[in-house]
Unconditional design. Structure first.
Length: 314
């Protein structure tokens, strides 16, 4: 009887395993189909039930990605932490974990994940790039430049690294070095919007307003909905006390994007600096109506602008 029981028990276990594998496959591929048609809550449910049956790395990565898409970064981080235990030699998993940490602004943990990835593969440009973003988050700008320089040494055409290094250098008020990086990008792609916008900002801030505006106009001709280009163009005119020009910029921006609270806020600032207090208040009210969360910031800015310009305006 012992032998028969053992044989039948083994068969039963085998059948159970086969059914479990079948259920896992059904849940996994139902989840994939649901995710492909953006039915994310159902996809998440399928993936969760699938990994409860079997900790399959691919399914766990799909679940983590679905969590991120729905803003559940804490849940995604739990999954990636578990994956680093299952696949400790995977740079891909470590860099995915770093990406989640970046979203959560946990730069220390992000840096740790990147350092582990670099230890596994010191030729991985993305690991150095993400490490630099962690350093920027912690305001370690010199170390960020070191990481970005290493990333560029691995890939001399790494556009994102040149762009970020230029942004860091400009933040440190090193315009010449920042422009060198920007020009490296533009030498390969003369219509790169991010590079042109940053070059325009640097030019305008270093006394080359007309040149800066020309770059911004080029960006807006390529993409009339580039928010940052309008904001920098308007700010550049404001800093040169060309209030009508700044207001005109925001008039154009609002005509194209009438639901953008920032444009109303900045036009309100320009009107206040010009002396049009009533027009400023109307624009600031509209900005708050479109984005109620900005009320405290707007009120603070309004008071600052009012105090700074009280003598000249009233």
């Amino acid at each position: 009887m012992g032998l028969l029981s053992s044989l039948f028990g083994g068969e039963k276990k085998k059948e159970n395993n086969q059914q479990e594998n079948k259920n896992f496959d059904i849940l996994k591929y139902d989840g994939i189909r649901a995710r492909n048609i953006r039915q994310l809550p159902y996809a998440i449910k399928c993936f969760e039930e699938a990994i409860a049956l079997k900790e399959d790395a691919e399914t766990m990565e799909l679940l983590a990605a679905s969590y991120i898409q729905t803003g559940k970064t804490d849940e995604a981080r739990v999954i990636y932490n578990r994956l680093t235990e299952i696949e400790p030699e995977s740079t891909k998993v470590l860099l995915s974990l770093a990406g989640v940490c970046f979203i959560q602004e946990d730069y220390a943990a992000m840096k740790e994940a990147c350092q582990k990835a670099i230890a596994l593969d010191d030729k991985n440009k993305t690991a150095f790039y993400l490490a630099s973003k962690a350093e920027v988050g912690e305001k370690n700008y010199i170390q960020a430049i070191v990481m970005l320089t290493k990333a560029i040494a691995i890939d001399e055409d790494f556009k994102e690294a040149y762009q970020l290094r230029a942004e860091v250098l400009w933040n440190m008020r090193q315009p010449k070095e920042a422009l060198d990086d920007i020009n490296s990008i533009l030498s390969k792609d003369s219509e790169d919007e991010d590079a042109l916008v940053l070059k325009a900002e640097i030019c305008a801030a270093t006394g080359k307003l007309e040149e800066g505006i020309s770059y911004l106009d080029k960006v807006l001709s390529l993409n009339p909905f580039n928010e940052k280009a309008y904001l920098i163009k308007g700010t550049s005119f404001l800093e040169n006390k060309e209030f009508d020009q700044a207001i005109s910029v925001y008039d154009e921006a609002i005509e194209l994007s009438p639901e953008n609270a920032k444009f109303y806020q900045e036009r309100g600032r320009a009107k206040l600096l010009k002396g049009d207090k009533d027009g400023s208040v109307e624009d600031l009210k509209k900005a708050i109506e479109l984005n109620p969360e900005s009320e405290n910031m707007i009120n603070g800015n309004y008071n600052n602008f009012s105090q700074e310009n009280k003598v000249g305006i009233y």
